[in-house]
Design a protein around this ligand. Structure first.
Ligand SMILES: NC(=O)c1ccc[n+]([C@@H]2O[C@H](COP(=O)([O-])OP(=O)(O)OC[C@H]3O[C@@H](n4cnc5c(N)ncnc54)[C@H](O)[C@@H]3O)[C@@H](O)[C@H]2O)c1
Length: 379
């Protein structure tokens, strides 16, 4: 057999247990899907089914190379295992990517071909929306497949997941206030929201209701106009860009746009002592979590506080009930507090404490499947 060191980067990652990999680095299954006539080229990556079927969205993106697409699917699938574990879901982690520009190549036939490949996995992978895919696309995929969430309410779905994502981020922010300032309140605190799109604008609603002083920025003028119109009579300060926001006099910084917001340039410039936002992959690279901790900045791990969306779509699996999903998303408050406490006790940054807690749940609860139940319940 080929030595692991001779394999390409992708294969080395998939079979990572053979190398000196960190816990959680290897993947259970990676499926390459090809339908020449519709032009479908997709990668479905299942990182772990220790806690249940792997749930994660489908990203539709014009990757520079097929290798890049596989790498992205692997990263995203791993992230979903950790997110779903700490969201308290009985679901593992997976993610899919479709290669291509969704604005030009997305067709009914392509989406339905993709649906048939997801169906062929028999429920080991359950899909949802991600960048480049929308509720309407999930409805199309669901015509070929039983394992689709994020569908429209008319089709039994939960609809827009940003509602509970924002609610969950707000819970994480209240927990951060509790840990940092001794009370779960943001009243009078100055909170900067970078990106007031689907999630960010709902987050502003919560903050205004809480009595926080809100500062926002967005590259789209219409996003700013929408927030101003929604809060007529309330002072919402607007700054030119994310750089200006980071340097503004803030108590809390909430990255709600793209990933990589926290890096060697932004962390030293931050005035806020709490970072808590919706964006995925906020830490630009390994080590940034330590830079934040060294500056006394409390970082609420992104995948912990932005889990409201996956909690919302996961609820569809049992028939969507908004209040039940909201009650689960409210638990993000307790989980965030627990992570801060463990981080303090173990002398590690919260991002490390979160990873450890997720890995422990995957191991401890996943192991229970070795106890055989009669009747095939939760095999
Ligand atoms: N929607 C969800 O349910 C959900 C769930 C989990 C995580 N997230 C993450 O939260 C983030 C926001 O998601 P969304 O659904 O609100 O996306 P969105 O596209 O609706 O909103 C992003 C906003 O950020 C703005 N923006 C982009 N670049 C910017 C920049 N450089 N400076 C300032 N603003 C900028 C955009 O104009 C847009 O208004 C993403 O990172 C997403 O992956 C979203």
């Amino acid at each position: 057999m080929t030595d692991v060191s001779e394999r390409s980067g992708v294969l080395r990652r998939i079979f990572a247990s053979e190398s000196a990999a960190a816990p959680g680095d290897s993947h259970e299954q990676v499926v390459l899907c090809h339908d020449r006539d519709s032009g479908l080229k997709a990668v479905i990556a299942i990182h772990s089914t220790a806690l249940g079927p792997a749930l994660g969205g489908t990203r539709f993106h014009p990757y520079a190379s097929e290798e890049d697409a596989v790498q992205d699917a692997l990263n995203l699938a791993r992230g979903m295992s950790y997110k779903n574990a700490l969201a308290g879901l009985d679901l593992g982690g997976g993610k899919a990517v479709i290669i291509g520009d969704p604005t030009t190549v997305k067709t009914e036939a392509l989406l339905r071909a993709y649906g048939r490949f997801v169906q062929s996995l028999g429920g080991r992978y359950v899909t949802a929306c991600d960048v480049g895919t929308y509720v309407a696309d999930m409805d199309v995929i669901a015509r070929e497949c039983d394992y689709v969430t994020g569908r429209s309410p008319e089709n039994g779905g939960a609809g827009d997941s940003s509602v509970l994502t924002a609610f969950g981020v707000f819970q994480g922010m209240l927990a951060s206030a509790q840990h940092q300032w001794g009370a779960p309140s943001l009243a009078g605190r100055r909170v900067g929201v970078a990106g007031i799109g689907k999630v960010g604008h709902y987050l502003v609603d919560h903050l205004v209701e809480e009595g926080a002083r809100v500062v926002v920025t967005d590259v789209r003028e219409e996003a700013v106009d929408r927030v101003r119109a929604a809060h007529h009579g309330v002072e919402i300060e607007v700054v030119a860009d994310a750089d200006a926001l980071i340097r503004a006099d803030l108590d809390v910084y909430a990255p709600c746009a793209l990933g990589g917001a926290l890096n060697e340039l932004t962390v030293p410039a931050l005035t806020a002592t709490v970072v808590c936002g919706a964006a995925n992959n906020q830490l630009a690279h390994l080590g940034v979590e330590k830079d934040l901790a060294d500056r006394g900045i409390l970082y609420a791990p992104d995948y912990v506080v932005n889990a409201g969306g996956v909690i919302q779509v996961a609820d569809e699996i049992d028939g969507f009930v908004f209040e039940r999903a909201k009650a689960k998303a409210a638990k993000i408050f307790d989980t965030t507090l627990e992570i801060f406490a463990r981080a303090q006790a173990d002398g590690v940054p919260p991002a490390v404490a979160a990873d450890r807690l997720a890995e422990r749940r995957m191991a401890d609860v996943g192991r229970l499947r070795s106890i055989l139940l009669p009747g095939g319940r939760r095999p």
